[in-house]
Design a protein around this ligand. Structure first.
Ligand code: SF4
Ligand code: SF4
Length: 261
């Protein structure tokens, strides 16, 4: 009887992050056994201490680069990976820890740690794509598990992932939500934010916080202008809205800097 072909090896790597995006894979409870049947989970310390050496067919990378050691390690991960996909706002945009990029990191370190001398960190938090070539970026904080399964399936089947690049507004209208911006004058980042959350916040009468980062070709300046003219938002309001989990994603960074005095 012919031996079955070896399963592709999957590795999941953590850099500076909260582990929430890795948990999205473990959260695929109904599908996890099917995934494990199709791939060999070779390296996934969040799930198991067992390790199988590379090279790996698909590496999922969570987290940003914040130390010199990270910068070296991601090059090793890239060298050991046939395909490399970044997952989550930390890995794709530098994450909430990227707020240091707008400030003096030493001030943050002094404020947070009792013994700052022990801390060795870079001045910036940068996305993985700033260091190595990335085959696909899956946005979100945390990522959507359905989109993650789609990405894994796509790479296993050697096709392009089908992850919509349109805005949260499309999801919001499909869900039949009342627009919080039009009906209540609540600032909402939905028009410039990548779909994936299912318009969760507007469904509960809150504006979108931009967890999924910029959609394809966002017009952030137009949205800020609308907030300033119609909602009486201050420059500071605009800066704070764009400066969260995806503060360093280019369109959000540029918009916050345009309003930062
Ligand atoms: S993107 Fe958000 S959920 Fe994912 S690791 Fe970073 S902080 Fe955690
Ligand atoms: S509530 Fe926000 S996401 Fe929903 S339609 Fe209005 S602007 Fe778009």
């Amino acid at each position: 009887m012919a031996e079955s072909a070896p399963r592709p090896k999957l590795a999941v790597w953590k850099f500076a992050s909260c582990d929430g995006c890795q948990l999205s894979l473990l959260d695929c409870e109904d599908e996890l056994l099917d995934v494990a049947a199709e791939v060999e989970i070779a390296y996934f310390l969040e799930a198991t201490r067992g390790e199988i050496g590379g090279p790996y067919d698909l590496s999922l990378v969570e987290g940003s680069v914040t130390t010199a050691h990270d910068a070296e390690r991601i090059r090793q991960v890239r060298a050991a990976s046939r395909h490399l996909v970044t997952i989550g706002a930390c890995a794709t945009a530098g994450g909430i820890q990227g707020l240091r990029n707008f400030a003096d990191v030493d001030e943050f370190v002094s404020a947070v740690y009792a013994t700052p001398d022990y801390i060795s960190t870079l001045e910036t938090s940068s996305p993985i794509s700033a260091h190595v070539p990335v085959d696909f970026e899956l946005q979100g904080c945390p990522i959507n598990k359905r989109q993650l399964l789609e990405v894994i399936g796509a790479f296993l089947n050697r096709r392009k992932p089908n992850v919509p690049a349109h805005s949260v507004c499309i999801e919001c209208k499909r869900a039949g939500n009342v627009c919080v911006m039009v009906a209540h004058g609540t600032p909402c980042l939905g028009p410039v934010t990548h779909a994936g959350c299912g318009a969760l916040c507007p469904a509960y009468d809150r504006g979108c916080y931009g967890c999924y980062g910029p959609m394809e070709s966002p017009n952030a300046a137009s949205l800020s202008g609308w907030w300033r003219e119609r909602l009486d938002a201050s420059e500071r309001d605009v800066v704070r809205a764009f400066r969260t989990f995806n503060a360093n994603a280019e369109p959000f960074r540029a918009e916050s800097e345009a309003h930062d005095e």
